[in-house]
Write a protein that binds this ligand. Structure first.
Ligand SMILES: Nc1ncnc2c1ncn2[C@@H]1O[C@H](COP(=O)(O)OP(=O)(O)OP(=O)(O)O)[C@@H](O)[C@H]1O
Length: 299
């Protein structure tokens, strides 16, 4: 059995701001996408085994954070399924911490949410604070923290809650190098215990150091998945070629790719609209309910 299986997963963000479109969506239970469904991830499938460390790479907006939120069970896929054998924990700069609470309160809240008992939280509290290096700041509301401080707290909590699958999304990009190295050492301990890690980073060097596999996302789809050396090597070549283009060529390329991604979204949207029997069925059902309630009122 695979540790993680991602099966035909898509994540749609609704870019509709139009009230009429939202109403139509509501009354047809989302079966009619009136205007702008946007596929942040489109029909992706892959599997990961115990002990694998997978680097997730890709240009800005390619869907890395969307995927890590799905793996961390912070959001749900629009379609498809994700099966995780065990419990996952997401560490991202903005994930799951409550701004109004202090660092201390956040530790308690997140640990309890991860299934630790009050006693376990008390036992691990000092280690978490020590790892985060926050000292007395732990008693301050985290809205006063810098992004580096938040990331340190998020990392410290997550690694002390014994997750089976650890997802680290850009959390190391905001801290100083000493702290990043400490986190990398901790992730290596996780690897030795045979745990599974997903590591989102813009640093090819960090990914090569940490991961045996890499997943290259490109405008919401998987461009390549396999051994790190090959995938990251090809990605670095791609980035180099991209950077050699003029600024205006880079912009044109990005626009074309985004347009292509949106066209695919629209194609799927049309497929949905072109299956009218489903929509007619829903509308008929609504009409019947309406007539029935009218009839009941009269009688
Ligand atoms: N809540 C949201 N509502 C609408 N669109 C969103 C939302 N979250 C992400 N997106 C869009 O989905 C796409 C993928 O975003 P995502 O943050 O997953 O990319 P990324 O690869 O992590 O980017 P980066 O490297 O810049 O962090 C982007 O085009 C983004 O604008």
């Amino acid at each position: 059995m695979h540790k993680v299986a991602v099966d035909h997963v898509s994540k749609i963000y609704d870019l509709n701001t139009n009230k009429r479109a939202k109403l139509i969506q509501l009354f047809t239970f989302g079966s009619v996408y009136n205007e702008k469904p946007y596929y942040a991830l489109r029909d992706i499938s892959f599997t990961v085994d115990s002990g694998d460390s997978v680097g997730i790479i890709g240009l800005n907006g390619s869907g890395k954070s969307t995927l890590s939120n799905l793996l961390g069970e912070v959001t749900q896929p629009t379609s498809g399924s994700i099966t995780i054998d065990g419990r996952s924990s997401l560490i991202a700069i903005s994930a799951g911490l409550n701004n109004e609470l202090t660092g201390e309160e956040n530790i308690r809240m997140k640990c309890l949410m991860h299934g630790l008992s009050e006693k376990q939280v008390r036992e691990r509290f000092d280690d978490i604070v020590a790892f985060s290096e926050l000292d007395q700041f732990i008693y301050q509301p985290i809205k006063t923290y810098s992004s580096g401080m938040r990331s340190r707290l998020g990392f410290a909590i997550a690694i002390h809650t014994d997750p089976d699958v650890l997802i680290v999304d850009e959390a190391l990009s905001v801290g100083d190098e000493t702290f990043s190295n400490k986190c990398i050492e901790k992730m290596k301990e996780f690897q030795k215990q045979g745990k599974t890690i997903f590591f989102v980073s813009h640093s090819a060097t960090q990914i090569k150091k940490m991961c045996n596999k890499a997943l290259w996302l490109h405008y919401g789809e998987i461009n390549d998945y396999g051994p790190t050396e090959k995938v990251v090597g090809d990605y670095v070549k791609y980035i180099k070629a991209f950077k050699q283009k003029t600024k205006s060529d880079q912009q044109t390329y990005k626009k074309q790719m985004l347009l292509k991604q949106q066209k695919k979204s629209l194609l799927v949207q049309q497929e949905k609209i072109l299956s009218p029997w489903k929509n007619y069925l829903i509308l008929t059902l609504l009409l019947l309910i309406f007539l029935l309630s009218l009839f009941l009122q009269i009688s």
